[in-house]
Design a protein around this ligand. Sequence first.
Ligand SMILES: NC(=O)CC[C@H](N)C(=O)O
Length: 365
Amino acid sequence: MKGQLILEDGSVYKGNLFGAVNPSEAVTGEVVFNTSMTGYQEILTDPSYAGQIVTLTFPLVGNYGTSPVFSESDKIWAKALIVKENYMTENNGFKALNEFLKDHKVTGISGIDTRSLTRHIRSCGTMRGYIKAGSEYDCDVLREHQDIKAKDDENLVAQVTTRKIYRLPGKGPRVVVMDFGVKKDILRQLQIKGADVVVVSAFSEARDIFSLNPDGILLSNGPGDPAHVPGIVATIKKLLGRVPIFGICLGHQLLALAFGAETYKLKFGHRGANHPVMDLETGKTYMTSQNHGYAVKEKDLRRLGLVVTHKNLNDGTVEGLRHRYLPAFSVQFHPEASPGPQDSGELFEEFYDMIIKKKHEEQVI
Ligand SMILES: NC(=O)CC[C@H](N)C(=O)O
């Protein structure tokens, strides 16, 4: 079926719909692009993409099918998928991407010049858009766009966080994960280290978190604007200083806000698997997996007791922080990768070592 992507500035891209197609309803969302060459299933199921329409710049998508082992959560959170060419056939028993999208009631559009679309977003900035059936240009939808904008502020974290507390038992120290939309691979990394993982809702109170006797707290990735969840920031403030804290992506931004820093929206975000980041303390450069539209402002960090530990080598933005004396650190990129390079996986080790050291110090005292 013919379909079109229309951006909020009126640009139109014509293509063909695939996956779950509803001819009478437009799919709306913020249109973002990801430059990873593989990992479409991990990207679609990463809760950080909730509310977004994802464009993949790699020209052929779907060629290795889909399998439950690649999912980062139990559903597709992206609103829709934009590709140049969709590989339709089932491959070696792996379910075709088209079927996977249908199962999750998510629309795709193919035949789009994703290179031109990406260049447009890069020059004009991230913008909202919608995908709808038909090849006629429809001015009404541009009017409807005003309604779409009004929904921008909805609390995406509330949609993706766990409803129930759950435990992934391990013999090691207890790590409580505040779930803002946690990816399975972050939990897997903690489990590999042997941590006794307890996952709690993003809206848990600090006293409930402490009642679980955490040895460490992990602040997860998640969707939306970090400045839209001040209640969570207030909770994190109460957690500071007692046990080691590690923040990843949204968790990093919220940790920074809890220390009094500010965040801002990037022009078109960082989403891909080859973003070079320098560890300023070792001089080492990692290739990192990234997926974020916001970043922490560098101004005032020193005054707030924060040290910038990592920087993005493409645009100089802050990619990592640690507190000068409290046991808290965070990164804007994804050390768990999935998809992407695992260069920075050792940060989970660093977190774990911090926890063991703190426990040891407490026993000595
Ligand atoms: N992957 C994430 O945690 C994303 C963080 C935040 N929603 C952003 O876009 O910047």
